[in-house]
Design a protein around this ligand. Structure first.
Ligand SMILES: C[C@H](O)[C@H](O)[C@H]1CNC2=NC(N)=NC(=O)C2=N1
Length: 191
């Protein structure tokens, strides 16, 4: 079997893995972060995002999202980005996942909180960031202490830099005291 066919099969199988949130009407597809071969259409001029570019005109990979400010979602130059650009920016926010939900690319991150009230307190911290950026996430508090945050730009129906800026600023919140301590896994017992 040719190399191309092998790559195609591994790419398709990597994309095929999907999960559905329990009880959610929509199907979501986790886009494998480590897809070795990206059959993603190159970023066309009309799909470029407002990411800064280096002197060769390439999207700068290392610009800091935390130093950026969200632009108004009504601005005309805001375009949904391609999956390839999204995967490049994802390296700046490694705790987040890139999902496709109902055909829309979204960012998602999950936290386990100490209890329900800490979950609401965490929501308030996130809301303060969102209000200061004028850009807002979808907040879910499920199973009393599990917070799931999804982010995408509703006005474009896809991902823009705003979503990555917001995600980076949410990740930068110092809310450790609200989080449930992760129980260290017992070392594997030698059989
Ligand atoms: C008028 C207001 O600024 C806009 O409607 C903003 C509010 N927050 C937003 N947040 C997100 N995620 N997407 C939007 O399109 C959006 N639009």
């Amino acid at each position: 079997m040719s190399e191309i066919m092998l790559c195609l099969i591994s790419w398709v199988s990597a994309q095929g893995r999907g999960i559905a949130l329990r009880g959610d009407a929509f199907r979501q597809r986790r886009i494998c972060k480590t897809t070795r071969l990206q059959f993603i259409a190159p970023m066309s001029a009309s799909q470029t995002t407002n990411a800064p570019r280096d002197h060769e005109g390439d999207v700068e990979r290392e610009f800091s999202l935390l130093k950026q400010k969200c632009v108004p979602c009504s601005s005309k130059e805001l375009r949904p980005m391609t999956e390839g650009v999204a995967k490049t920016l994802l390296s700046q926010i490694p705790e987040w996942e890139l999902l496709e939900i109902d055909g829309k690319l979204q960012l998602q991150r999950r936290w386990k909180l100490k209890n329900f009230m800490k979950g609401l307190e965490f929501f308030k911290n996130i809301a303060d960031v969102a209000e200061s950026e004028g850009h807002h996430p979808d907040l879910h508090l499920v199973g009393w202490n599990n917070v799931i945050v999804n982010i995408f730009t509703h006005s474009t129906g896809g991902l823009t830099e705003n979503d990555f800026i917001l995600a980076a600023k949410i990740s930068a919140l110092d809310c450790k005291e609200l989080m449930r301590k992760s129980i260290p896994k017992a070392p594997a017992v030698e059989s």
